[in-house]
Design a protein around this ligand. Structure first.
Ligand code: FES
Length: 574
């Protein structure tokens, strides 16, 4: 992507004496803004995903205020603007359906307005990739400020983590090991401060990706939302974005291939979410970096997981921050990283982590004594996933990583919910649960239902994990031997659509193989007989989504959004 050089964009709106300049300034003045702010200084957009419907981002007006302090301090002119927010816990059918829509909102909001640089305020899962993708397609100076994780959750004296403990407790209630009263009481202890999920779920993973990519200041990943240092970081980001405009340090200067490779390796070291795979593939597609699904396996394969956080381990983000946070992790694996990669503060990763220290070896482990030897994402292929599928080894059961079992097939999520707890369901612990039609087009929206709850009758027998395969995603806070993102998805005619009850499936993680054990003739005849599911959508955003969404191995972006258009100044219309 070419770098947009030349004059400051905001001058086209605010500097001059003609009728249009009058219009641009006069209406702005109704906010009580003095004339000297329109003297040609850098105009900094603060792209805010604040919403009371997104509890993880509900403190963002305060974060924006601290960014503004920094912008003003360095002679910039901050202007906060809203974009659609994506709250993971409330939105239906799934926030992932709207990630690309938000990225369009961000891209067009930036390009259409008199902005010279942007600060992206992100927190809840999809807000991070959505804002990064939109900003990448504009290519202005950009810095990311994450909202920070919640403080540790506690219930009855034990540490409990967002999401992870919900999945665990709900299985305990279903198996009769936990009372509903206790289950309800755990609610408030889990979410007791501002901030996003404090496990190493998708939000914390993406905040870590921001730091590993060089798009956030050091410390961005882990400072709790309730810690005053989160607001110092926001203030510093406000100062720095003004300098970035002066230096014309744009997002494509930072998001180069080495930065993505660093992020992929860091994801392995932190035991990060499988969702980072699709988000980084989509982001790379926007900025013109040729990142492929197989890069995740190649770069992460031998990367040990050294962060002992739920869902792979036992601690939480607050502990991670006190232990040294991401700089300490990057220092520990530094010999494998591209440390000369430049970051938003104008320094290299090497300079940023030079003084990093680890203060708790139970939270950030030495690389030679890791939590799991293989922390990266395993990319599986075979006749069941010719375009790939993923599995997170650090969250899986080692004994199930090589497994052959009978398929118990659910045609869609409704079929699954209707039958999974039936006493008549013919299922044994060594079977493999297969869920279809939960991919990008099939659901639609690629929801986090891949970590299917286990059948009650097996939970009652003490079973706590089974091999599960789907074309869905799973929450970054979830765990289990779960094969996800199977591509092509069932609704796009992938082999997953052809699996029948009783077929034998082989999972061999060591050899990266996912195989449906039926002969090619039978497979071909099933394929001939297959008809695509009828689409239920004939208008609006849902139709746009189903018509244009790409498969998981390409990041689930829209085909027409890949690449960027820079930030040329649109024509005036007054
Ligand atoms: Fe918002 Fe988990 S629900 S980060």
């Amino acid at each position: 992507m070419s770098k947009d050089k030349g004059g400051r964009r905001s001058h086209a709106w605010f500097v001059g004496t003609d009728r249009d300049n009058f219009i641009h300034r006069s209406w702005m003045r109704n906010q009580g803004l003095p004339s000297h702010l329109f003297d040609g200084r850098p105009v900094i957009g603060i792209c805010n995903t604040w919403s009371e419907l997104t509890p993880c981002n509900a403190h963002f007006r305060r974060i924006a205020d601290h960014v503004k302090r920094g912008v003003y301090e360095c002679g910039g002119f901050p202007l906060e603007f809203p974009v659609m927010s994506l709250g993971e816990t409330l939105m239906r059918p799934t926030t992932m359906l709207f990630r690309n829509l938000v990225s369009m909102d961000v891209e067009e909001s930036i390009r259409a307005n008199p902005l010279d640089g942007v600060v992206l305020l992100v927190g809840c899962d999809k807000t991070t990739p959505a804002l990064l993708m939109g900003a990448a397609s504009c290519n202005l100076p950009t810095i990311v400020v994450s909202g920070g994780p919640m403080l540790n959750g506690y219930f009855k004296g034990r540490k409990i983590g967002s999401g992870t403990s919900v999945w665990e407790f709900s299985e305990e209630v279903r198996s009769g090991c936990m009372s509903v009263t206790d289950f309800m009481d755990a609610e408030t202890g889990m979410s007791r401060s501002v901030g996003h999920c404090m496990t190493m779920g998708t939000a914390s993973t993406m905040a870590s990706m921001v730091e590993a990519l060089g798009m956030g200041l050091p410390g961005n990943a882990a400072i709790p939302a309730a810690d005053s240092r989160r607001y110092v970081l926001a203030h510093e980001a406000g100062r720095r974005i003004v300098e970035m405009v002066e230096e014309n340090l744009v997002i494509s200067d930072i998001l180069v291939r080495d930065a993505f490779e660093n992020a992929v390796m860091v994801n392995g070291a932190i035991g990060g979410s499988t969702n980072a795979v699709v988000h980084l593939l989509a982001l790379a597609g926007r900025i013109g970096v040729d990142l492929a699904l197989d890069d995740w396996d190649r770069l992460g394969r031998d990367m040990p997981c050294i962060v002992n956080l739920m869902p792979s381990g036992e601690h939480l983000m607050e502990d991670f921050f006190y232990a040294g946070g991401l700089p300490a992790v990057m220092k520990e694996i530094g010999s494998r990283l591209h440390l000369e990669a430049i970051t938003v503060n104008g320094k290299t990763q090497s300079e940023n982590i030079s003084s990093a220290e680890c203060f708790n070896r139970d939270v950030i482990l030495p690389i030679d004594k890791p939590l799991a030897q293989h922390g990266g994402i395993a990319v599986l292929r075979g006749n069941l996933a010719p375009q790939g599928a993923v599995l997170k080894p650090s969250a899986a059961t080692p004994e199930l990583m090589q497994h052959r079992g009978r398929a118990i097939v659910f045609e869609d999520i409704d079929d699954f919910k209707a039958r999974v707890d039936s006493p008549d369901l013919d299922v044994e612990p060594e079977d493999i649960l297969v869920l279809k039609n939960c991919g990008p087009k099939g659901y639609p929206g690629f929801p986090e239902v891949g970590n299917m709850p286990l059948p009650s009758k097996l939970l009652a027998r003490g079973v706590r994990d089974m091999v599960r395969i789907s074309d869905a995603r799973m929450s970054g806070t979830a765990y289990g031997t779960v094969v996800l993102h199977t591509a092509p998805e069932a609704a796009a005619g992938g082999t997953l659509a052809l699996v029948r009850n009783g077929d034998m499936i082989e999972l061999d993680v060591a050899n990266r193989r996912l195989h449906l054990d039926i002969d090619d003739t039978e497979l071909a005849s099933r394929r001939d007989a297959w008809t695509p599911p009828q689409t239920k959508f004939d208008r609006g955003y849902y139709q746009l989504y189903v018509d244009h969404v790409l498969q998981a191995d390409q990041g689930v972006d829209f085909d027409f959004l890949r690449g960027g258009s820079g930030a040329p100044i649109p024509r005036e219309s007054h």
